[in-house]
Design a protein around this ligand. Sequence first.
Ligand code: EPZ
Length: 422
Amino acid sequence: MDKLVIEGGKPLSGTIVIQGAKNAALPILAASLLAEGTFRIEHVPELLDIDVMLNILRELGCRAEHSGDTVVLDTEPAHTSHVPESLMKQMRSSIFLMGPLLARFGEAEVYQPGGCAIGERKIDLHLHGLQALGAEIEEFGNRIVCRAEKLRGADIHLSFPSVGATENIMMAAVRAEGRTTLTNAAREPEIQDLQRFLNAMGAKIMGAGTDTITIEGVQSLNPCQYRVIPDRIVAGTIMVAAAATRGQVTLQNTQPAHLSSLIHVLRRAGVQIVVDGDIIKVGCATRPKAVERVVTSPYPAFPTDLQSQLMVLLTLADGVSIMKETIFEGRLKHVDELSRMGADIRVDMNAAFIRGVPRLYGATVEATDLRAGAALVIAGLAAHGRTVVEQIHHIDRGYDKIESMLTRLGARISRYSPVPNN
Ligand code: EPZ
């Protein structure tokens, strides 16, 4: 398995252009099944998760090409609603296919996508939402079969503002008969992007970005051309890396409004942030200050996907910080690895008490999930000495060649691929 080797202690500096948003592109690619024809979707990053989604679409019969950051997708040949278990299990987001397949074919056969290191990741809210629209769902072990002669609009309330459930219900409701009102919907920017994409296809959706989304069902939808929003989590990761290495970095192609919670916390830690249009400048020449309390919550609050990255900065801050993870029950696994680099962190249930230390030290550490892996890379960049990050396939799921991105900012980082034993 590939590894990243990092010689730490060098401040990041320079300019970086942010990639398209993985968590917007994935539901948008799934939603393309709702129409027959050729789509051109731009600003789609080259990531393992995107590859998996394109392979699933090909397995369903679509033709898909991904060159540079543009996907050309012909969904007309799609002929089956059965997603193979082998592909379903490779990625949680495969569950996004249920809504579009149900709307297009009147049935969908998928498999429990499985959890990963961050938690159980149930799908009950997805299933309840689709049932409210008229789907009949049977589960045979981890195989899930959905059928719907006709989808009918409904009033649906989510007990938790689940991002994926909101997106799945939106995608099923666009072809339902009548109006669907979804309350306590998730408000993430990626959901707003999905609404824009579906409306560009001819859907009639309003309210994404608020907690109430209204979908007027339509008879048919058409292919379109679309450009995906920038990835706010990749941007946030780079911002924290700039601060943790006491560097000076300019990020281009961002949407600062999507990062307001992180910008607020970094400023409280004494990091200089200048926003100018789609440019964010980040600088931190002195030791950051501890931040008394950071709690992850649904957007627009502080995102769980930046929790592990920010924790690295706080391990180097002056004072004691508290971080509370309220979204995923298993998303503090990076703490053990950071402790091996000299961090002083105590975990009690879902809260981490972080006492800042003067420096971290290089070590061999293991990525346990996508964002924990990114956090360990930041720790390696800031640490004194050499850090080896293993299991970096997790990182490749969400960052397009992270070592190239960071090398452009002056980092001393290389990828090592072991020679296969033949
Ligand atoms: C999306 O996952 C993102 N993934 C995640 O990003 C992100 O962390 C998460 O939203 C929260 O913002 C994509 O968009 C592809 P949820 P999703 O449904 O949709 C519980 C990354 O690093 N829940 O909002 O799976 C669930 O167990 C990834 O890019 C149910 O109980 O998140 C979790 O505790 C990681 N029942 C909480 O809700 C359900 O039916 C949030 O899950 C669905 C969810």
